[in-house]
Write a protein that binds this ligand. Sequence first.
Ligand SMILES: Nc1ncnc2c1ncn2[C@@H]1O[C@H](COP(=O)(O)OP(=O)(O)OP(=O)(O)O)[C@@H](O)[C@H]1O
Ligand SMILES: [Mg+2]
Length: 279
Amino acid sequence: MDTILEAPNREASRDREGPGETSHSLAISVENLTKLYGDVTAVDNLSFDLPTGRLFGFLGPNGAGKSTTIGCLTGLIDPNSGTINLLGEQFTSDSTELKRRIGVMPEGLALFDHLYAHEFLAFNARMYGLDEQTVRGRVEELLTVLGLNSAHHKRLAQFSTGMRKKVAFAAAIIHRPEILFLDEPFESIDPAGVAMLKDWLRRFVAGGRTVFMTTHVLETVERLCDDVAIIKAGHIAWRGDVGRLANGGTLECNGQQFTTLEALFLHLVGERYEHLEWL
Ligand SMILES: Nc1ncnc2c1ncn2[C@@H]1O[C@H](COP(=O)(O)OP(=O)(O)OP(=O)(O)O)[C@@H](O)[C@H]1O
Ligand SMILES: [Mg+2]
């Protein structure tokens, strides 16, 4: 996996990367982003900056606008208004060159079901402009380390849910993007697979790259993320560094201190335990 995710040494990095690549202080800068679906405001005048080299957790209750935001930041969804800058350049759904520098694992996992995994990964890698030798090497390496080689005779339609998720993850990283957008990446993946992917992501950001990730697993966020935002009804309700929890620190919100992210999350989105009398 070193070829894709490990922090590059400086000389190799200079050869492979264009001038200025990964040198921007801000990976993502969003101003007044709004997305409406009819009369539903999915993303509501959202503004935030994310420095490079951070593993950012984007949290929030169901329907808060996380996937819509990822869609807007990756060109899958056209926002109604607002500006998006990625890696120091203005981003729109037509930003073809900038799109080559990001990777995305979207919520819906748009895989081509009639393809084999190696065909799908090779297709993605070629689309990002990798040379044939690199394509072959990375496809083979990814399928091997993700334990998918034994499924070489199955088309993607015949893959299990977790296997599909692994293929989508592989497709998002295969070109070694500068910003990696992941929408609930660990859902359905087995514990050994999750442990490996988390390790990859830590190495990835240690190399100066950036991860923007949604998840509902708060324990994962506490252990993995540097920086967290909790969104509610399309806007940011809290932003902070959860790393302090590991050192016995607390998280502050509205003048209150919280010792876990779960307690803070419940404070923000409301704690509701309703009974079902008939159950
Ligand atoms: N294609 C669509 N058409 C109409 N409304 C949509 C569409 N996609 C999302 N929405 C609405 O936009 C809002 C935000 O949805 P979004 O999928 O971004 O939430 P989310 O935070 O990703 O939720 P989850 O945690 O369930 O994945 C919701 O009210 C949802 O119903
Ligand atoms: Mg979602």
